[in-house]
Design a protein around this ligand. Structure first.
Ligand code: E4P
Length: 208
């Protein structure tokens, strides 16, 4: 399973890159806005330049033609750019056109196996099930992921399963166990992946 960082913060990217485990990046408009960039385009350019692997950049338009046009522009930000389209009929229609032209597409905001089948059928490079968001509404994100991985395996789909909206280290561990191709991880969760020794130290200090 590849480890992607879910951020638009350049310092966080540099740090995880330094660890030697950065496989790629996912961004979204909220994450980019948090960085207060003077130019969104320039910030996106920095992201694709800094990261050696695939970098997802999200479309924000709502009709298929506009999503497609925006997607073409985003794909030109760098050779490793991946165009995120939202799991809607408009997003799928635009994503299909982009994928048919050889532009890598990430179908985002996916919440069910049925939606993941649609993503695979348009030839998306990635499908992003939002596991934490599924948990948020009282359902089981990991069960959704397990079903998607099983279906993709049975069907032999090439689309890669990118586990997203991960909130804690066990989400990452479970995603790996279930066979996700990629986990995209926020910086704070990424940091916790290495923290066993620290926890042990704190517990020992607390006990003494
Ligand atoms: C991934 O592509 C998304 O940016 C991200 O995982 C969303 O996570 P959230 O549900 O915690 O906002």
């Amino acid at each position: 399973m590849k480890l992607f960082l879910d951020t638009a913060n350049l310092e966080e990217i540099r740090e995880i890159k330094r660890w030697g485990v950065l496989g790629g990046l996912t961004s979204n408009p909220t994450l980019i806005a948090k960085e207060n960039p003077t130019s969104i385009e320039a910030h996106m350019k920095e992201l694709v330049t800094l990261v050696e692997g695939p970098v997802s950049l999200e479309t924000t338009a709502s009709d298929a033609d506009a999503i497609y046009d925006q997607g073409v522009k985003l794909s030109q930000v760098g050779p490793n750019a991946v165009v995120k389209v939202v799991m809607t009929p408009e997003g799928l229609a635009a994503g299909k056109r982009l994928a048919d032209e050889g532009i890598p597409v990430n179908v985002t905001l996916t919440f069910s196996p049925a939606q993941a089948i649609l993503a695979a059928e348009i030839g998306a490079t990635y499908v992003s099930p939002f596991l934490g968001r599924v948990d948020d509404v009282g359902s089981d994100g990991m069960h959704v992921l397990a079903e998607i991985c099983e279906i993709y395996d049975v069907q032999g789909y090439d689309t890669q399963v990118l586990a997203a909206s991960l909130r804690h280290p066990m989400h990452v561990v479970e995603a790996a166990r279930l066979g996700a191709d990629v986990a995209t991880i926020p910086y704070d969760v990424f940091s916790k992946l290495k923290d066993w020794e620290q926890l042990q130290k704190e517990l020992q200090e607390g006990a003494s």
